[in-house]
Design a protein around this ligand. Structure first.
Ligand SMILES: Nc1ncnc2c1ncn2[C@@H]1O[C@H](COP(=O)(O)OP(=O)(O)O)[C@@H](O)[C@H]1O
Ligand SMILES: [Mg+2]
Length: 236
């Protein structure tokens, strides 16, 4: 089996006011199953564009992207939507929960799109919420939960279709420092349980929780290095 993610010579350009902007300018990146990777870099370096590519929300201008054996450039919009739903769990900075909907219902939503029967949906949503420590908050709506709890709901929602990849864009950007630590600890547990996790962050402390940091600059990978954490658990 190849890498989970294989990006080759990827270019994504935008045309704005007659000017060509190369948001990604020849990116090569492989991510194996079971890795915990942070994508970092200054503002405007291409992190979000790369995250949109990895998340199959966008297609390359040139070059290739293969996820779990699927060549993204060959897929229709419908096929892309299905691939996103089945293979990728998204976590966002602002949680993106439905406001008038309970934690349980928010977590059930991706399974509704995936056609999971009601009883099974309920069972798996409860299990996912228990896994993130919210077994006592199943029936609360987002405005009855703290920021950290809301992010836990969104992580439960990301997990519930058992995705090949959890993709998190600045997942601690809206949280205080203690809650940030708690959420990063949760990501570490999920990683230890075998999940593949990619987080985008501009904060060094956050990046250091991953096992590998891919740093972007000017639309290219500037460096790609293991963190101290990788050396702690994977002695050479
Ligand atoms: N939709 C777009 N249209 C035009 N230019 C864009 C668009 N999205 C991003 N860019 C440009 O591409 C470059 C990379 O942006 P982005 O991927 O958002 O960087 P980052 O997330 O690292 O801040 C920037 O110069 C940005 O202005
Ligand atoms: Mg960005």
């Amino acid at each position: 089996m190849g890498a989970l993610i294989e990006i080759r010579n990827l270019v994504r350009q935008y045309v704005m006011g007659g000017q060509i902007i190369r948001a990604l300018n020849g990116v090569n990146l492989e991510i194996q199953r079971g890795e915990f990777v942070a994508i970092m870099g200054p503002s405007g370096s291409g992190k979000s564009t790369c995250m949109n590519m990895i998340g199959c929300l966008d297609k390359p201008t040139s070059g290739s992207y293969v996820i779990d054996g699927n060549d993204v450039s060959q897929l229709t919009e419908d096929q892309l939507a299905e691939l996103r739903n089945r293979k990728i769990g998204f976590v966002f900075q602002n949680f993106n929960l439905l406001p008038r909907t309970t934690a349980l219902e928010n977590v059930e939503l991706p399974m509704m799109y995936a056609g999971v029967p009601a009883r099974e949906r309920r069972r798996r949503a409860v299990e996912a919420l228990e896994r993130v420590g919210l077994g006592e908050r199943l029936h609360n709506r987002p405005n009855e939960l703290s920021g950290g709890q809301q992010q836990r709901v969104s992580i439960a929602r990301a997990l519930v279709n058992r995705p090949a990849l959890i993709l998190a864009d600045e997942p601690t950007g809206a949280l205080d420092s203690q809650t940030t630590e708690d959420i990063l600890k949760l990501f570490e547990e999920l990683h230890q349980q075998g999940n593949t996790i990619v987080i985008v962050t501009h904060e060094d402390e956050v990046g250091q929780h991953a096992h590998r940091i891919v740093r972007f600059r000017d639309g290219k990978v500037e460096s790609d290095l293991p963190t101290d954490r990788a050396r702690e658990v994977e002695p050479v």
